[in-house]
Design a protein around this ligand. Structure first.
Ligand code: CA
Length: 395
């Protein structure tokens, strides 16, 4: 194992001592023993080994094969573990990133996807409903979302098989079946729930930090042709549920304290459970970069989102729905006001394409400003499109 020390950090490395995201990894010598690691620069701290060596009270949480036990332990434990990890950074429990295998870091309970960028919602509205109002009448009064498919959330690096299904172009008389012809990305930010909440106890805006463990990047792969044909009247379904990629690292919410920012001014007064005009700013100044086959195609600004993650959590629970450890929700496509700030190909190409080809590789990265000029990184999320695998039924 190479010697590692904080001085080994590259200048401006967004995975320094103020970031310390959690993941789950295995090493070639123990492929059946996934455990909790912490990314530091280009290395992974074996938090399970360090905790055991120090007789940490949290050793069992860090030896677990997912982050869920740590996530369920609640905010006081999150703070205590983060403080202990900081004390292990100049010790010999590191592996080079390229020598470990990273796994889906948490067991996903329920998955919700929101639609929180006004720029994205208006652009998509104009493309999908030409001639109609760009935003639906409810859009500025509640954070719109839908329940996605938790079982198809996959970790970065997982190939994405081109989905198949029904699609019907406007000029076609009848739908046809086949591989999606308009396969797209959606650059999003995800929030992972740690502390559960019982039924009939809505989570107020002020309790956001008690429940949300951390933040990750999300690529909500989207088949525009399947989506356009199926989405009325119940919303996204098979055009979304084939795969959702997440980063291997969950960055604690506390890492973004210096990046909190006020969301855009609201057009209408909000109902009290969503009104965040008092209290701490709910936005996060995260700068995302989207690359396709290595080329930067967009830089969406998360600070431009109309709805915040705290409002989304409050809305998700206001009807009395409970929260479970591992519940996961994504922001919706992050698009800013400028043409080079759009978070999907549908918008970047004005609905015309080209969309993703087999073999294309998409990578999302992001960072936020930290204290004293530091950068706080989110783990990257990468996926490559591979051809549809099965012949259409009946062919
Ligand atoms: Ca989405």
């Amino acid at each position: 194992m190479p010697q590692h020390h904080p001085r080994d950090l590259a200048e401006g490395d967004p995975f320094g001592p103020d970031t310390l995201p959690y993941g789950v990894f295995t090493t070639p010598d123990a492929p059946a023993r996934p455990r909790v690691g912490v990314r530091y620069g280009a290395h992974v701290l074996d938090a399970a080994a360090a905790a055991a060596a120090h007789g940490s009270a949290y050793a069992d949480l860090l030896a677990a094969p997912t982050l869920n036990p740590l996530m369920a332990a609640g905010r006081p434990v999150w703070e205590a573990v983060r403080a202990e990890v900081r004390g292990w950074l100049d010790e010999p429990y590191f592996h080079p990133l390229e020598e470990v295998t990273l796994h889906l870091p948490f067991e996903v309970a329920d998955y919700v996807d929101f639609y929180a960028s006004e720029h994205h919602a208006a652009n998509v509205g104009r493309i999908f409903r030409p001639g109609g109002e760009a935003l639906t009448p409810n859009w500025k009064h509640l954070p719109i979302g839908y329940h996605g498919r938790a079982g198809t959330v996959v970790v970065t690096g997982t190939d994405v098989v081109r989905p198949q299904g029904q699609r019907k172009a406007p000029g076609d008389e009848l739908p046809t079946f086949g591989p999606s012809l308009r396969l797209d990305i959606e650059a999003e930010v995800g929030f992972v729930v740690g502390t559960p909440a019982p039924a009939s106890t809505p989570v107020p805006l002020s309790d956001f930090r008690e429940h949300v463990f951390g933040v990750c990047l999300v690529n909500d792969w989207s088949s525009r042709d399947l989506q356009a044909w199926e989405y009325v009247p119940l919303g996204p379904f098979l055009g979304k549920s084939f795969a959702t990629s997440v980063s291997a690292w969950i960055t604690p919410l506390d890492a973004f304290d210096a990046a909190r920012t006020a969301p855009p001014a609201r057009t209408y007064p909000l109902l009290p459970y969503l009104d965040d005009s008092a209290g701490e700013p709910g936005g996060i100044d995260l700068r995302i970069e989207v690359r396709i086959n290595g080329e930067v195609v967009s830089r969406p600004p998360f600070s431009a989102m109309y709805w915040t993650a705290a409002q989304q959590l409050a809305h998700m629970t206001v009807n009395g729905a409970s929260l479970r450890t591992g519940d996961f929700y994504a922001s919706g496509t992050v698009s800013g006001p400028e043409p080079d700030q759009l978070g999907c190909l549908l918008e970047l190409t004005g609905g015309k394409g080209p969309f993703l080809a087999d073999g294309d590789e998409v990578t999302l990265t992001a960072w936020a400003p930290g204290a004293n000029g530091a950068r706080i990184g989110l783990g990257e999320v990468t996926g490559r499109i591979v051809p549809a695998r099965t012949a259409p039924p009946g062919s």
